[in-house]
Design a protein around this ligand. Structure first.
Ligand code: SF4
Length: 389
């Protein structure tokens, strides 16, 4: 049985991350591909009870955690008391270190002085605000429920509230977006001086409202050349403003403000995800929960962990993932380390390709570490696929 297969997870050498997926949103944004739903106070209370039960089912997992990430969805849609119950239960059921860093995603419309004070009291140290854009037309296009003024006020108040790190999420590459408009967004974000900024390219997923519009020929995506221009503008502008990129979409004023939790995903450090659609990784296994809340709830009510499926990663899978994820980071990927850890001699097997990619200005080879250039970052996902594993 699947659940039984996870009874023997060894203690990893690194500290793990705990992710709790809170799926509620007041409305569903037309580009959103996450596991989300609207739902009133009763559904939310019921959900919290089930998530607490899911934690009980993992009691005894011999991992030590140093991050707890409340993501979604919109975790700020839960009351501070509900969030507090989840955090308390995390510490009760798992070995969470005293200095664990707690992350909370919030939407600007949920931010006010009271909520900020409550989140600080809960121990939240990194607050991530889903601003997406400061342009009124962009907010309307993206179906967001906050105004430009609300976004600015939320950010100012969050910064004044004393979190270690306040992060702003932005989206670029909207249809018809030009450099001037995206530059205005970056300027406004930087002027408010958060410690961390994430910038994501708009992606149109099938099954979303934008996806349906695209299928009907009613969604004109920005062409790839313009996307590339905006990508370069993002990195150059933020670097010059004191926010060097440490990952393809993430920028921080200093290493201490980088996302300790997200770096676990990129560095093959174990993480446990609870809640619908949440993914987990540990030892050589990856597993994921039911995406839809119905099957997730039914399996929990039957007394089982709500895992939909799992896979065991081969040394080749590990090596390819390490290469793909490493090429998305500023520090790059150490090919000798991959060989030591998973026995795949990437450096020797890809010598000609590496020479070519260096000549093309996409990579540098520093000892055994492959480091992407800005041009390489722009095509990072395609680069790894060219390697022989
Ligand atoms: S607020 Fe975020 S998680 Fe919720 S629907 Fe919009 S994009 Fe999705």
């Amino acid at each position: 049985m699947l659940t039984a297969a996870f009874g023997d997870l060894p203690v990893p050498p690194q500290k793990a991350g705990l992710y709790l997926h809170i799926p509620f949103c007041s409305a569903i944004c037309p580009y959103c591909d996450f596991s989300v739903l609207t739902g009133g106070p009763r559904e939310r209370a019921h959900f919290v009870g089930l998530l607490l039960w899911e934690m009980c089912l993992w009691e005894g997992l011999p991992w030590h955690f140093d991050t707890i990430y409340l993501g979604g969805g919109t975790p700020s849609a839960l009351s501070p008391a509900q969030l507090g119950a989840l955090l308390e239960a995390s510490e009760q059921h798992f070995a969470v270190g005293e200095s664990a860093r707690i992350f909370l995603e919030a939407n600007p419309e949920d931010v006010d002085r009271r909520s900020l004070t409550a989140w600080r009291r809960l121990g939240v140290r990194t607050l991530s605000l889903g601003v997406q854009t400061f342009e009124a037309s962009g907010l309307e296009f993206l179906g967001r429920r906050h105004s430009t003024q609300q976004a600015v006020r939320a950010l100012e108040e969050a910064l004044a509230a004393g979190f270690d790190t306040v992060s702003v999420d932005l989206i670029y590459g909207l249809p018809g977006q030009d450099e001037a408009s995206w530059r205005r967004d970056l300027e406004r974000a930087v002027a408010l001086a958060p410690q961390h900024i994430s910038c994501y390219q708009l992606t149109v997923h099938s099954g979303t409202a934008f996806g349906f519009r695209k299928e009907r020929g009613k969604f004109q995506e920005l062409d790839s050349r313009s996307q590339g221009t905006l990508f370069r503008l993002t990195h150059e502008f933020l670097r010059d403003a004191g926010y060097p990129g440490y990952e393809v979409s993430n920028f921080a004023v200093s290493p201490g403000h980088r996302s300790r939790h997200n770096q676990k995903y990129w560095n093959h450090v174990p993480y446990l995800g609870l809640g619908p659609s949440a993914h987990s990784f540990g030892a050589d296994r990856r597993w994921w929960n039911h995406r839809k809340i119905g099957p997730w709830r039914q399996q929990l009510q039957a007394g089982e962990r709500p895992i939909e499926s799992s896979e065991t990663l081969s040394p080749e899978d590990h090596a390819l993932e390490a290469l793909m994820l490493g090429l998305r980071t500023a520090s790059g990927v150490d090919l000798r380390r991959i060989e030591e850890r998973w026995g795949r001699p990437l450096l020797a097997a890809n010598k000609d390709l590496i020479d070519l990619l260096c000549e093309e200005g996409l990579l540098h080879l520093e000892g055994s570490v492959l480091v992407p250039t800005l041009e390489g970052w722009a095509v990072a996902d395609g680069l790894a696929a060219r390697f022989e594993i």
